[in-house]
Structure formats: structure tokens, C-alpha cells
Design a protein around this ligand. Structure first.
Ligand code: ZN
Length: 94
């Protein structure tokens, strides 16, 4: 695996060039949130743009699957919080 630390999508597979996972990978998601100032609307708008680009390349995915992969995760909030929840098994903010 390359180690460019860019975490951009390889196309048309839409897998991260660095970690090989489905893009947006965890690092890309965290960066998106940081770049957007943790504003969900900004993240969602940017991901909708990516989704439009991916639609013609990820031909195996339904519209619903595409939406979930590119936009649906945004509603769950910044990845850092999700990682904490996964590690601790509880929601520290609850
Ligand atoms: Zn990555």
C-alpha cells in the first residue's frame, strides 16, 4: 500500500489510495469535518458533490447505497466521536 498520506479516492474504484478502504475512509472523513469547521451542512454539500462524480463510476451501487456511502454518514457527526464510542462501547456524551 502506498503511503502518500493523501487519503484521496482512487478512481474508478473509489478506494482510498493510502489505506485501500472504501472512500471516504476514516482519515478522509475526519479531515472533511475539520476542513468544514465541523459544520454538517458543509460536509454534506461537499460529499454530495463527490457522490455526483462517483455515480457514473460506481455502477454496482444503487442510488440509496451511493447516498449512504457518501452522504448518509455525515448525519452521525464527526468521526472522532464515532471512534471514541466504538473504543469505549458507550457514548461519552450521553
Ligand atoms: Zn485513507
Amino acid at each position: 500500500m502506498a503511503s502518500s498520506d493523501l487519503h484521496v479516492p482512487e478512481r474508478p474504484s473509489w478506494r482510498c489510495v493510502d489505506d485501500g478502504t472504501e472512500w471516504p475512509c476514516a482519515v478522509a472523513r475526519r479531515r472533511l469535518w475539520a476542513e468544514a469547521g465541523n459544520r454538517p451542512v458543509v460536509v454534506a454539500e461537499r460529499m454530495a458533490g463527490w457522490m455526483r462524480q462517483a455515480r457514473n463510476e460506481l455502477v454496482g451501487l444503487s442510488a440509496a447505497q451511493l447516498h449512504e456511502r457518501f452522504v448518509g454518514w455525515v448525519a452521525a457527526g464527526p468521526v472522532a466521536a464515532q471512534v471514541v464510542v466504538r473504543l469505549m462501547g458507550t457514548d461519552p456524551g450521553a
